[in-house]
Ligand binder design. Structure first.
Ligand SMILES: [Zn+2]
Length: 356
């Protein structure tokens, strides 16, 4: 069996195919969902499935050149690769920039990142599970000046929250606006954040498989109503999780994902500093939305008035008084509908005036 080649492929968890020397500052406009939709082709991919067959009994294991990978032999004479979590957890991905103190342990600048990184989201050894399958309630990105570094997925308090991919628990505690927060780091370097939990089921250093219930949904921290705030981060920078996961169907969009530097913005490094700051942002957000609502109402009223507008073409012998009488209105009212028109204006034949 081509174990050397295979092990080699495994080690290539992330390939930097970029020109790291390109230090041009990013001048892209801030990332919005609309931009993300245009930037990333939404391929209709089937959900990634583990190659380990269901309903079979594993009889034995065989070691490979990669200490983290074994071959499982099944009762029906089939076999499959298996990653040994205890070995995988020894990888330096799980030791460097590692702390349970705060959400962003990386000291990376955007300029220091390669233009694109190929990330093996799942391979034949790793699985995927949707953290909480439901339509996204609040998308990633700036809205009304708010820095939203994840997606909000409504759920009921106490509903299970699943690990999206296998990984090691880096944080499992209450952290400011996030409330009860679990951060998982995955072998490919990605991190996933699960916030506002009512209960945390894991502890720092635990190895979890995809689909493990890492906690229960809730509304702890800065949250109005129970929801899962879910983030995907690379080197501390958040990017829209919808690039990876279609939350409507719960399916993974890519097995291999090319993360481009332009998907990341300085704002995506944002971590809520305090609940007060979050509340302030939230209140500004609500104020902006109220203003937008009032503006929309005014606009609708103007449009409704225009839609019901009526015009009259002045004929020989017409006076404003006669026209007002015909339309059961007043001269002053007609003048107010026609800028520049006064009761003393001489009416030219053929002039169109608004009467309603
Ligand atoms: Zn959120």
């Amino acid at each position: 069996m081509k174990l050397n080649l295979f092990a080699g492929l495994l080690i290539l968890a992330s390939i930097f195919s970029a020109t790291a020397q390109d230090k041009k500052p990013l001048s892209d406009p801030p990332m919005t969902l609309e931009r993300a939709e245009r930037l990333v082709p939404r391929l209709a991919l089937k959900p990634a499935k583990s190659l380990i067959p269901e309903g079979k009994v594993a009889l034995d294991t065989i070691d490979t050149v990669d200490p983290a990978v074994q071959i499982l032999l099944f009762s029906d004479n089939t076999w499959a690769y298996r990653r040994d979590p205890s070995q995988a957890a020894g990888n330096n991905v799980f030791t460097e920039n590692w702390t349970d103190e705060y959400p962003d342990p990386y000291r990376t600048t955007l300029e220091g990142l390669p233009d694109r990184v190929t990330i093996w989201v799942v391979d034949s050894l790793s699985d995927y599970h949707c953290p909480n399958q439901v339509a996204v309630f609040s998308p990633y990105g700036g809205r009304h000046g708010r820095r939203h570094t994840g997606v909000d997925l409504p759920l009921k308090t106490g509903n299970p929250v699943y690990a999206a991919f296998a990984g090691k628990v880096r944080m499992a505690k209450y952290y400011r606006g996030y409330g009860n927060l679990v951060v998982l780091r995955h072998q490919n370097g990605l991190e996933t954040f699960y916030a506002h939990l009512s209960k945390i089921n894991v502890k720092v250093g635990d190895w979890v498989e995809a689909g493990k219930v890492i906690g229960l949904g809730g509304a702890t921290g800065r949250a109005t109503g129970a929801h899962l705030h879910f983030e995907t981060r690379y080197q501390g920078y958040a990017f829209d999780p919808q690039w990876l996961i279609d939350f409507n169907t719960g399916k993974l969009r890519h097995r291999v994902f090319t993360l481009k530097k332009r998907y990341l913005t300085p704002g995506s490094k944002y971590v809520p500093e305090s609940e007060d700051e979050e509340i302030a942002i939230n209140e500004a957000d609500a104020k902006d939305m109220e203003l937008a609502r009032q503006e929309a109402e005014k606009k609708a009223a103007r449009e409704a008035a225009l839609a019901s507008a009526e015009y009259y073409k002045i004929r020989s012998g017409d006076t404003l008084g006669k026209v007002a009488q015909r339309y059961h209105t007043t001269v002053n009212r007609i003048c107010s509908l026609n800028p520049g028109l006064t009761p003393k204006t001489t009416l030219k034949i053929g002039r169109r005036i608004r009467v309603r």
